[in-house]
Design a protein around this ligand. Structure first.
Ligand SMILES: C[S@@+](CC[C@H](N)C(=O)[O-])C[C@H]1O[C@@H](n2cnc3c(N)ncnc32)[C@H](O)[C@@H]1O
Length: 362
């Protein structure tokens, strides 16, 4: 079997986090993802004296060391195992966690829609397990700056371990601090100097003032929240500061596909809900927000009043339509009982259509 050459360019080997450790033959001390013939995944750290054992047989790590990525080897029981270095998305989902991580589908959205660019000065809180941190560091590169703030010392420690394990050592652009964002931020950065802020925490609205002070005019704030109630509160409080542009919110749903001959279709199961994303941008200091020309629904901002369907933006049904639907239902019931389409005083059968129950708003 031909082996790939060791990296030779000076640029690759000199960079502290150069790509060298993600290229070339598999080495002892590296993380490798194994996939068995049933698609089950195992992540192992290759060691000279290591031994892998599973329901589908075993092998010595030394059989993989020196082999190229993508090698398929045969275990003692004759099963085949594929060996590859994990991608960042694989690693994030398999690494040890303190807090829940941001899924790769959402991390991709944050990097793209938050416009996290090479060399950017970014603030992130909380850090949790460091899942998002690695995507942010990859996007800003070694010449950017990422300040990550986590209020729990133990979580910050887990994140540090995960991030350093992924990059192969401390990342030169990363500054991780323990504390509450609102306390840490004013001392850590000059006002108006941060390009991007990403908040993944229970109550991101509590940090809006501190974030507004830190962000440069036009800087982007991205918040990731798990529930609609958090989303609503964040948006209303961001509007209330009059320091940000009109927020935009969305969620990302990714549907994987089954690919087998003629059976090409979406998978039956999916990760249906992770969280909502919302972005807004820092207005220039001293500017007041634009007046919105589209007015909110009447009653949308009356917290003491009883909620009506129109307050929450629901389309209402007119009394006339309700009367018509009820009449249709009764007609249908009579036909079901009698088995006759035409009855005295009842229109002929061809108008007795299910559509009667769903005709558009009159
Ligand atoms: C869901 S986790 C973050 C997960 C992380 N984004 C990842 O991908 O691994 C939320 C974290 O925010 C931290 N946190 C909550 N409020 C905070 C605050 N005001 N300042 C700093 N950290 C905070 C919590 O301790 C928790 O670890």
């Amino acid at each position: 079997m031909t082996q790939q050459p060791e990296p030779t360019t000076t640029a690759d080997t000199e960079l502290p986090l150069g790509p060298a450790h993600r290229r070339g033959p598999l080495r002892a001390g590296e993380r490798v993802q194994l996939t068995d013939s049933k698609g089950r995944l195992h992540t192992i750290l290759l060691t000279h004296d290591g031994y892998f054992q599973s329901q589908r047989g075993s092998f010595r790590h030394s059989e993989l060391i020196g082999q190229p990525e993508g090698t398929v080897l045969t275990t003692t029981t004759g099963h085949q195992i594929l060996a590859l270095r994990p991608l960042l998305s694989d690693y994030v989902l398999s690494m040890p966690r303190g807090a829940a991580v941001i899924y790769p589908k959402d991390a991709g959205q944050i990097v793209q829609m938050g416009d996290i660019f090479p060399g950017a000065r970014v603030v992130e809180a909380g850090v949790g397990s460091g899942g998002l941190t690695m995507s942010l560091l990859s996007a800003i590169g070694e010449r950017g700056l990422l300040l990550s703030v986590e209020r729990r010392e133990d979580f910050a420690d887990i994140a540090r371990g995960n991030v350093e394990s992924w990059f192969g050592g401390p990342h030169p652009a990363w500054d991780v601090r323990v504390g509450d964002l609102a306390d840490v931020l004013p001392d850590a950065v000059e006002p108006g100097t941060v390009d991007r802020v990403v908040l993944d925490m229970l109550a991101p609205w509590e940090n809006l003032e501190a974030v507004a002070d830190a962000l440069a005019p036009g800087g982007v704030l991205v918040a990731y929240v798990a529930t609609t109630t958090q989303l609503s509160r964040f948006v209303e409080e961001a509007r209330g500061t009059e320091l940000f542009t009109e927020p935009q919110a969305w969620e990302a749903m990714v549907r994987t596909w089954h690919l087998e001959g003629l059976a090409v279709r979406p998978d039956h199961r999916m990760v249906a809900h992770t969280g909502f994303l919302v972005t807004t941008r820092r207005l220039a200091p001293g500017t007041t927000p634009q007046q919105r020309t589209r007015r909110p629904a009447k009653g949308a901002y009356s917290p003491d009043a009883e909620w009506s369907p129109s307050d929450v933006g629901e389309r209402t049904i007119s009394d006339k339509k309700v009367r018509r639907v009820r009449r249709d239902i009764h007609r249908r019931a009579e036909i079901e009982v009698s088995g006759m389409a035409s009855q005295p005083g009842v229109p002929p059968a061809d108008t007795q259509d299910e559509d009667l129950l769903s005709h558009p708003e009159e």
